[in-house]
Every structure is written in C-alpha cells, then in structure tokens.
Design a binder for this molecule. Structure first.
Ligand code: F6P
Length: 325
C-alpha cells in the first residue's frame, strides 16, 4: 500500500519533562520504521514559525532515552498565540511538506496544536508535563521522575529536620493542580499536605495537624505545599506566628523537572511516541495520545482539552487517614 504520509515534524513545547527525549526518539524511529521522514522542530511553536529545523535520522536519537530535558529545546511562544504566528507556522509546514506534526507537551502545547489544525495541518499530541494535569489521560510523561526527584529531596530534608527537631515546609510544583504534591506527600509520609483543590483552613489543616503529631510524640514535621495552594514562605511565617516554631522553608522549584527519566517515563515515552506516529500514518488528525487504566489510546484533541481533571479522591482519603490521627 502506498504511504500517503511521507514527512512529519516533531517538537516539544512548554515546560520540559523527563521522558520527552524518549518520546522524540520513539517518534523518529517509529516514523523511519514506517518509511516516513521525520524532521525535528527546535524551540517548540516558535521554531515552527521561524523554520528552526533539524533533519533527523536513526542515529540523531542515539543515547537520548536516558537523558532529561529535551534535545529539541522548548519554549513558551507568545507569537504563536496570534493568528499571524499560527499562519506563519502553517506556512512553514506547507513549505517543508510536513504531512503532520507530533507535539509533545502539556495543556498549552495542545491548545497550540488545536489552533494549527484550523489551518489544515494534521496534529497529534503526546502528553508530557510533571503536573499530570491533563484530564483525558491517567498519565503524563515526567510525573513519575519528578515525583521521585521530590521524594528523594524531601527524604534528605527529613534527615536534618529530624536531627534538629524542626518543621520543614517544602513547596513542590504542579501549577494549579495538586496531583504531584498529593502523591509526593503520601510517599514521604508528610504530616500536612496542602493542595489547591481543597480550600485552606490554616487552623485545621496545619496547626491542628502539627499539634496532634506533637501530642503523639513527634518532634519534627514535614509539610508539603503545592505551589498552586499557597506559598511555602507564607505558610512558614504563619506557622511561626501561630505556634512559635521556626520552620525551614524549601522551594524545590525546577530541580523537579530535571534528571534521568525513570523506567516508567522511558517506556511510556516510547509507547506514546509510537502511538502518535501510528495515528498520523493512519491519516487521522486532531488526536491526543492518552493512557486510560493502563491502555494506550487516543482521543479527540478538543474533547480531551475540554475535560477537567479532579484530584484522586481515593488518594486524598488515604492522606486524610495518614495525617488525621
Ligand atoms: O507545567 C510544568 C511546570 O513545571 C509547573 O509545575 C510550573 O508551575 C511551571 O511549569 C513553571 O514554569 P517555568 O519553567 O516557565 O518557570
């Protein structure tokens, strides 16, 4: 059968996430496996506007499966938000003869893909963000590695907090979502976890929990704050004012986005990249690769973006039991 799709582009956009390189590698190799040429687009949607391309072959993705970041660079493009920018990006696709684009990133990346599709360009998204906040998929690349990075850092903090009998307030990323904080909080056995999905009652959620921990004999406390819930610095100040203990505040920040991807992120990146190429090769467009209860599938981009992800109630109930005694 004649292959209608001859050449595709791959780009990464938005905040980087461990596992993006595994996905790039898989897109390139899955395309070549099918006889499709693959062009790397550097610096996300900006790169597509300005024709910042990197022709890729099998060897250009050698030894990247185990590296963090993205070899294609990434950006958050203001220019691409405008119809003018989108038109320029679509013109680049036409000039290069791209039959489709695989866009690896998060929410903003997929909104960009959706905009580009209105200019007749075939697009498919691969979810990659440490926030795990894309509703149509149970998993986004980078979440597992970022969780483990945060757990590792907090375990180290705990050693010194325990020695000094201190309170540690740690801010983790996640933008407006608490998935990362909740998961990490459960993994480190935090005394308190604050997430944006639950309105903060400082007295009940922080003071009472520290007090109860103290009454049970504990003399150090680990408090995990999602960046979307509150500022760890502010929570630290309020704790000092309310109960006269002097917390140490750590904002983990971008360290959570780096590092060697976990086995899960490598394998998921590889599977998702393969699936994305399959979608384009089958002549389908406007799709978002996702995983639902362990099965890889794809959904309509617009429908996927319209869905709202809620915090896992099961995990939250477990957290309440662990921190509420
Ligand atoms: O979306 C990923 C993320 O790391 C968020 O958790 C965080 O709020 C944001 O990106 C940080 O963005 P930037 O890299 O632009 O500072």
């Amino acid at each position: 059968m004649k292959n209608a799709v001859k050449r595709i582009g791959v780009l990464t956009s938005g905040g980087d996430a461990p596992g993006m390189n595994a996905a790039i590698r898989s897109v390139v190799r899955s395309a070549i496996y099918r006889g499709i040429e693959c062009i790397g687009i550097r610096r996300g949607w900006n790169g597509l506007i300005h024709g910042d391309i990197l022709p890729m072959d099998v060897s250009s993705v050698n030894r990247i499966i185990n590296s963090g970041g993205t070899i294609l660079y990434t950006a958050r493009s203001q220019e691409f938000m405008s119809p003018d920018g989108q038109q320029k990006a679509a013109d680049t696709c036409k000039l290069l003869g791209l039959d489709g684009i695989v866009a690896i990133g998060g929410d903003g990346t997929f909104r960009g893909a959706q905009a580009l599709s209105k200019y007749g360009i075939s697009v498919v998204g691969v979810p990659a963000t440490i926030d795990n906040d894309i509703a149509c998929t149970d998993y986004t690349l980078g979440y597992d590695t970022a969780s483990n990075t945060a757990v590792d850092a907090i375990d180290k903090l705990r050693d010194t907090m325990q020695s000094h009998e201190r309170c540690s307030v740690v801010e983790v990323m996640g933008r407006n979502a608490g998935h990362l904080a909740l998961y990490v909080g459960l993994a480190v056995g935090a005394a308190v976890v604050l997430v944006p999905e639950k309105p903060l009652n400082f007295q009940e959620d922080v003071v009472e929990k520290i007090r109860r921990a103290r009454l049970h004999g504990r003399t150090h406390y680990m408090i995990v704050v999602a960046e979307g819930a509150a500022s760890a610095i502010e929570i630290g100040k309020q704790i000092k004012e309310a109960i006269a203990i002097d917390p140490r505040v750590t904002v983990l920040g971008h360290i959570q986005r780096g590092g060697c991807p976990s086995a899960r992120d490598r394998v998921m990146g590889t599977r998702m990249g393969f699936h994305a190429v399959e979608v384009l090769a089958e002549g389908r467009t406007n799709r978002l690769v996702c995983t639902v209860r362990g099965t890889l599938k794809d959904v309509d981009l617009m429908e996927g973006l319209a869905m709202k992800k809620t915090l896992s109630q099961q995990q939250y109930r477990v957290l309440e039991a662990m921190t509420g005694v």
